[in-house]
Every structure is written in C-alpha cells, then in structure tokens.
Design a protein around this ligand. Structure first.
Ligand SMILES: NC(=O)C1=CN([C@@H]2O[C@H](COP(=O)(O)OP(=O)(O)OC[C@H]3O[C@@H](n4cnc5c(N)ncnc54)[C@H](OP(=O)(O)O)[C@@H]3O)[C@@H](O)[C@H]2O)C=CC1
Ligand SMILES: O=C(CO)[C@H](O)[C@H](O)COP(=O)(O)O
Length: 469
C-alpha cells in the first residue's frame, strides 16, 4: 500500500477535522487514536476522503504507514498526555523523524521538549493551531515554533491547510523553541479578553437597557458590518439569535452563567506577570471567568447587598457601547502585542509582531478586520506601542469618550465591567507623563530604605523620613 506523507495522533474534535483537511488538500495521512473504535468510526465517516486516510490500531503500525523521513502531528490535550505520546513514539521513529505538538501547550513545556529533542538530535516542533473545529476542517491559523529547518519540511502542508487572507496563507514560523506556542497562548489571552468585553456589552444591553436576546442579536449583527467586524462578534449575533429546542426560549437565557476554561488564558496572565508586561484586560477576563464559576458566593453576595446591575435609564446609547468595544479591543490587542514584544526580548526569539498579526487575519478565533491595519502598523514600527500608531491613536481619540461614558455609567449602576474598565485605567496610565509612583517610591524608601531617583537628578537617594518619625 502507498505510504502516507504525514501521520496524526488524536482524532478528537481538532485532530479529526485537521486530518480531513490534510486529506482534502491531497495529502495521504495515517491516523491513530488512543481509543481504537474512534479511529474506525472516523475512517468510516470520512466519505470520499477515506481513500487518502490510513487508519492504524497501534503506534508501530502508524509509524510503519508513513514514508520516511516521517512527520507525526499530536492533537491531544496539553501536559502529560503529550509527554507520554512523545515517549511512546520516539523509540519507534528514526533520527530524522519529526514530532509536531499541534495542540495548545504551556510554552515552558514546549521549550523543555525542544531542548530534549535537540540534545537527542531529533526534530520537534510546537505549533499553535487556532480556529476551533470549523477552522481545523477548512483553514486554521497556524503559528509555527521550533527549528526553522523542521518547519520548512512541513511548511507546504501547513500552508496548504491554513486559512488564507487575500490569498496569503495564515501559517508562518514564529521563532525557535516555544515561540509558536507562546504566540498561540497570547492569541488565546486576547480571545478571552475579546469575549469578555463582548459579554460586558451584552450584559449592559440585557440588564441595563432591558433588551431581549433577539434584539441584542440584531445589534451584534449590525456591529459586524462596521469597525468591529470579526468572528467573535459574528458568532455572538448567532448565539444571541438561537432558541432552545427544548423550551423555545432564547438559548442564551437557559445557559448557566459559569464559564469553563482549559487554562490558556491563565497561562497568558501568569507569563505576563513573569515578564512584568501589563495585560490588564486579559487578566480581568481570566478573573471574570474565575468569578463566574463561584455561583454560590455570587448568590450569597446578591442576598446581602442586593442585585448588582440596575437599569441605565437611558444614560447610554448603542453607539456608546460600540465605541467602547472599539476602544477596548484596540487596548487589549496593544497589550497582547506588547507582551509578545517583551517575551521576544526575554527569550531572544526575534518575534516579528507584524507576522503574528498577519497569521491572525483569517482562520483563528480572534480574526477581525482590525488585524490587517494592526499588521501594517506593527510593520511600520515594531518598537512602537500599537496605541501610538497614527491609525489606532486616531481611533482611540475618537472612541475613548464612549469608553469613559460606558464604564462610568456601568459603575454608577452596578454593572461590573472588569475588562473594559481595566482597559480604560491602563489607557489613562499610559497617557500620564507624570504618574503617582513617586508616592510608591517614597513609601518604599520610608519603610525599606529602597532609595529613589530625583526629578532634578541630584544624587540624594533617600528622603528625610527620620526627621519626621
Ligand atoms: N477544541 C478547540 O477549539 C481547540 C483545541 N485545541 C487544542 O487541541 C488539542 C485537542 O483538543 P480537542 O480536539 O478539542 O480535544 P478532544 O477532547 O476533542 O480530543 C482529545 C483527543 O486526545 C486524545 N487523548 C486524550 N488523552 C490522551 C492521552 N493521554 N494519550 C493519548 N491520546 C489522548 C483523545 O483520545 P480518546 O478518543 O482515546 O479519548 C482524543 O482523540 C488540545 O491541546 C486543545 O487545547 C486547539 C485549538 C482549538
Ligand atoms: O484554543 C482554543 C481556541 O483558540 C480552544 O478552543 C481553547 O479550548 C479555548 O480556551 P478555553 O477552553 O480556556 O476557553
């Protein structure tokens, strides 16, 4: 039998869709899944593509089914499962055979696996794949990381299966080691923030303006025709429009308000702290998911303090909400790109921020019309904060008023808007040439003799605190 060009382990939601995508682009692929019955069912359901798919029932058969030098994609949960699969596969493979972890991964794990592979003289790639099931099936965004030569080996397949933005594949090598998985992690942090800001606008419409889910769907659909045009706004319109087949009620109205999470947003927040790079909108979004899961505490809080959100009494318009989301989105993306810049320096990756923005323009969950001008702005001057680029500074000038009205009215009326309001706070700090950290420095010097710098440059590193004690 003709050997496959590539192999794939893990026929779950993403792996199955990716395997069909690869087969559809004309590549013969061998597949293996931990639960063998899943492999059989997958092959049986692959229709015409089944002819290009080789189902296998052991890792030995999987490896034997692939033409050397081999490439095997892992599409399985992050963490131990990946280490176990690598440990099981490596002894079966040759020194030129490539293992590709294409699931989400903590980039520290990817760095460790890359170092182990390099020491053993075998190739390993860690690549981020975004787009959910639909993206994996018809064109995801792909962020490659690891040895450039190994990426070049699989680049033709990656570019063939990736989404396209005006003909350009949304698949690119981001850098060595864990760079690809790091870019995917920041992508997911932005995803959390974008989703949270949309949920905040939804809450203002539902609880502050008394709008039904169907009316809210119309608003999201209208916003999707303007500057906010994006996959997440588009699906927000769709989910707000959907009805529950059981009760006929709006689907949103029957879904429990407790968010799940697999951890990628948390990885972003943790790494941001390690890098001392401010991503408050992303951190607020992670916090909001954590709070959402504390249902009993929230119910107890409402019992003691009364319900939070009150009607806004006409204080805000839908245009205010749209403007606030435009401003919030720019602020959160600027923070995400700032984090990529900080990691690039810390890790010596040489990340091209514009290239990251370019692979996010199509296929991924955060794809949006704004990413093309963002890629252009980052290309003009990668060292400049995105909010200072002329195009995005002008948008912020235009929409910051809406963000202020929305966050102020929300605060006055009991609506918690952690993401939008932390975005505004960061923006105001970023436009303050004279901040308030002089007070922090004085306090630190007072209690710990930590010293400070003076504005006039005089070499007097401590304050006269002793005289006043
Ligand atoms: N779902 C999404 O939208 C996205 C997911 N990802 C990432 O893709 C990867 C796969 O996710 P997804 O397809 O959603 O997950 P699923 O839960 O749908 O599938 C998981 C797959 O991994 C296999 N698996 C689970 N544990 C092990 C193990 N210990 N050893 C070997 N195989 C194992 C399962 O096999 P079995 O059938 O035997 O259980 C199954 O094939 C994850 O890293 C995820 O974070 C990335 C982007 C988007
Ligand atoms: O990577 C993804 C999208 O880009 C996955 O869907 C991921 O599972 C989303 O994260 P979470 O489960 O934490 O919401």
């Amino acid at each position: 039998m003709e050997q496959a060009e590539i192999g794939l382990v893990g026929l779950g939601v993403m792996g199955a869709a990716l395997a069909l995508n690869i087969a559809e682009k004309g590549h013969r692929i061998a597949v293996w899944n931990r639960t063998g019955a899943v492999t059989e069912a997958f092959h049986a359901g692959a229709g015409a593509l089944a002819a290009r798919i080789v189902p296998t029932q052991s890792l030995t058969d999987l490896v034997a089914a692939i033409r050397p030098p081999r490439a095997v994609i892992l599409m399985i949960p992050a963490g131990e499962a990946v280490d176990q699969q690598i440990a099981a596969l490596r002894p079966l493979m040759g020194p030129d055979d490539l293992i590709i972890d294409a699931g989400n991964a903590d980039f520290h794990d990817t760095e460790r696996r890359a170092a182990t592979a390099e020491a053993a003289g075998v190739p390993f790639l860690g690549i981020g794949v975004s787009g959910g099931e639909e993206g994996a099936r018809h064109g995801p965004s792909i962020m490659g990381g690891g040895p450039k030569a190994a990426w070049e080996r699989v680049r033709p397949v990656m570019e063939a299966i990736a989404a396209r933005h005006q003909g350009t594949p949304c698949a690119a090598w981001m850098g060595p080691g864990g760079a690809g998985h790091f870019v995917k992690t920041v992508h997911n942090g932005i995803e959390y923030a974008d989703m949270q800001m949309i949920a905040e606008a939804y809450g203002l419409m539902r609880d502050g303006m008394g709008m039904s889910a169907a009316e809210i769907a119309d608003v999201f659909a209208a916003w999707n025709e303007g500057p906010l045009r994006s996959y997440l706004i588009e699906i927000s319109a769709a989910v707000a429009r959907a009805s529950d087949p059981e009760t006929g009620a709006a689907m949103l109205d029957v879904i429990l308000d407790a968010a799940g999470q697999k951890g990628t947003g948390r990885w972003t927040a943790i790494e941001a702290q390690h890098l001392a790079t401010p991503v408050p909108v992303i951190e607020a979004a992670v916090m909001a998911r954590n709070v959402s899961a504390r249902l009993n505490e929230r119910r107890a809080g409402e019992a003691v303090f009364g319900p939070g959100p009150q009607p806004l009494g006409g204080a805000l318009t839908l245009a205010d909400l749209e403007g606030a989301l435009i401003a919030g989105k720019i602020l959160c993306y600027a923070q995400g790109f700032g984090m990529l810049a900080a990691a690039s320096v810390a890790q010596g990756w040489g990340l091209d921020l514009s290239a990251a923005a370019r692979v996010w323009r199509a296929g991924c969950i955060i794809r949006s019309d704004m990413l093309d001008p963002m890629a252009a702005a980052l290309g003009e001057d990668p060292a400049r904060n995105l909010i200072l680029s002329p195009a995005f500074a002008a948008l912020l000038q235009r929409h910051q008023g809406a963000l202020r009205r929305v966050t102020a009215s929300a605060a006055l009326n009991g609506h918690g808007l952690p993401a939008l309001s932390s975005g505004l706070a960061w923006f105001d700090l970023m436009r303050s040439a004279r901040g308030t950290a002089n007070m922090l420095q004085a306090q630190r010097d007072f209690f710990g003799a930590h010293g400070f710098q003076r504005l006039d440059g005089k070499p007097i590193p401590h304050g006269p605190w002793g005289k006043h004690m």
